[in-house]
Each structure stands twice: as C-alpha cells, then as structure tokens.
Design a protein around this ligand. Structure first.
Ligand code: SF4
Length: 287
C-alpha cells in the first residue's frame, strides 16, 4: 500500500513553493527534453526561458510541428518535483518517524532522482488531499487545513482539524477495493498528532482507489486516554532523538531499519537504497 505520506515528509513544508518551482529550470538529472533551444510556430516564435538569449540563433529554431514535446513535459514534472524534494528541510517531522528511519537518512545524504512512480504517487496524493481539504473548508469556521503541530522540535501537520471538537482527520488513499483496518503507520502518525493536540479522538479517512461501487470511502475512529497520549509523547521524543543522532552523524547504520518489521518491510521492496542497506545489515550481523 502506498500513499502520499510516503513522500509527504519532504514536501509538506514546501507546498507553497510548488507552483513557483514548476516554472524553474530543468535540472541535469532529469531526462533532457528535446527542442529546449527554442521553438517556433507559424504565428510567433517562443523561446525557452532556460536558454540565454544569445543562444537563440534562428538556425536552432525548429517548427513545433516537427517536435514531440511530450518527453519534455513529462521531464518538467519530474524535474520540478525533484527540485522541491532536494531542498534541505529543517527540523524533524512526524512523518519521518513513522516510516523507515534509515531510508530517511539515506535520502538526506544521497538523494537520488525522482522516478515516475514517485511522481505519480505525488500527483495523485496532492490532488486528493487538496480537493478533500477544499471541500472541508466550505465550513472554515469549523475546519482548518494543514494544522501545524509541534512538540519539542518535532513538527507535523494534520490534514484537517475539526477546531470545534479538537479532532484531527487524516486522508489516505489505497490501491485496494476494500480495507478492514487502518494501516499501523497511519494509526501511529495520527496518534502522534492526537497526543500533540491533546485530542481524545481522531479519524483516518481512506479513499479506495480501486473501489468502483458506492462506498469508496472508509473512516476509522482512533481514541486515546490521557495516559496513552502521554506515552505517545514520550515515544515521539525518544524516536526523534534516535533519528536526529543518525542524521547529524550522516550515518544510516545508526538509524532504525524496517527490514524486520512485517508491517513496514513492504517499503524495502522498491527501496532504491536496498543494496547499501543490506551491506549495513550484513556488517552488523558479522560484528
Ligand atoms: S531497504 Fe528497507 S530497511 Fe533498508 S533503507 Fe530501504 S526501506 Fe529502510
């Protein structure tokens, strides 16, 4: 199961920059698009803003009818997201803690190009989150979107907060037609938010992307006592301290992996750092 939260750790605080960044120059990592020197059409010539004016010699211009700009447009999406995600992020985020801590360190010290799958998850997730939040905000006196939360340097943002009842709501998507219980890492994330907010209840709302019937949404209510919220805050600080130690040392071997966690080791299947992670595991086993 995948959802936007897999990549949201690196994008939440940058949401406001997305539009701006979509117009920025394509980075060298992305597939080099064809025809970037400049294009012309029968009515007027259009120059690519990423190329200095002096390079726009008329002999370099091509007719738009000769160009297939599809690869360029796809590359632009990928390059823009890559640029957004490659910017250093301040502080520790709840979403860093609920997935693979080791993966978080790898991504920090050795960022790799964004692949099409990650881009697709991002686009779908952003779209669904954005529309769901927009609909809730029809009643802005009661609901707030991306409610910023912070506890001892650990930050987070609830997708929606019911301000009247102090209830956080998280939106999730799943490529399934049914879901019978919430995913453990989604529950953990919500529990951290509830603990920071002092909320006794919260909700996870799933959209079932492969459900084509009349019940494509499923909500799960999570409750916690005062004592449980205190335990969650203690756990939050402990986990953040451990991750920060590995981040500061820029050493993935110091960060907790999920390889032996049956609830989370699905992450390993598509992990771009799997080879290096296995080396760490082998070295630890041999020591
Ligand atoms: S292979 Fe698994 S445990 Fe290792 S960094 Fe990737 S997701 Fe984490």
């Amino acid at each position: 199961m995948e959802d936007i939260k897999d990549i949201k750790p690196a994008m939440n605080s940058r949401r406001g920059n997305i539009e701006e960044n979509m117009n920025t120059r394509i980075t060298t990592r992305a597939e080099k698009p064809p025809g970037v020197e400049g294009v012309s059409n029968p009515k007027h010539t259009v120059y690519d803003s990423t190329v200095p004016h002096s390079e726009h010699a008329s002999h370099k211009l091509k007719s738009t009818t000769d160009l297939d700009l599809g690869p360029e447009y796809k590359a632009r999406l990928q390059a823009a997201l890559e640029e957004i995600l490659s910017k250093p992020r301040k502080g520790t985020h709840v979403t860093d803690l609920v997935l693979c801590n080791r993966l978080r360190v790898f991504r920090e010290i050795d960022p790799l190009p964004i692949n099409a799958k990650t881009l697709a998850i991002f686009v779908t997730g952003m779209a669904i989150h954005g529309v769901a939040q927009w609909l809730f905000l029809r009643d802005s006196r009661r609901f707030e979107r991306e409610k910023h939360l912070e506890f001892r340097g650990v930050m987070g943002s609830a997708d929606i907060l019911d301000k009247i009842r102090n209830i956080p709501i998280e939106f999730k998507t799943t490529r399934a037609s049914a879901i019978f219980e919430p995913k453990s890492w989604h529950v953990q994330q919500l529990k951290y938010y509830m603990a920071i907010l002092g909320a006794s209840q919260g909700y996870i709302m799933y959209q079932l992307l492969m459900h084509f019937g009349n019940t494509p949404f499923r909500t799960f209510k999570i409750t916690m006592t005062v004592q449980e919220r205190k335990q969650q805050l203690d756990k939050l600080v402990k986990e953040a301290t451990s991750l920060n130690r590995a981040m500061e040392a820029r050493d993935p071997s110091l960060a907790k992996p999920v390889i032996n966690d049956p609830a989370l080791n699905w992450l390993c299947k598509g992990c771009q750092y799997q080879v290096n992670c296995k080396r760490i595991q082998q070295a630890a086993a041999a020591a």
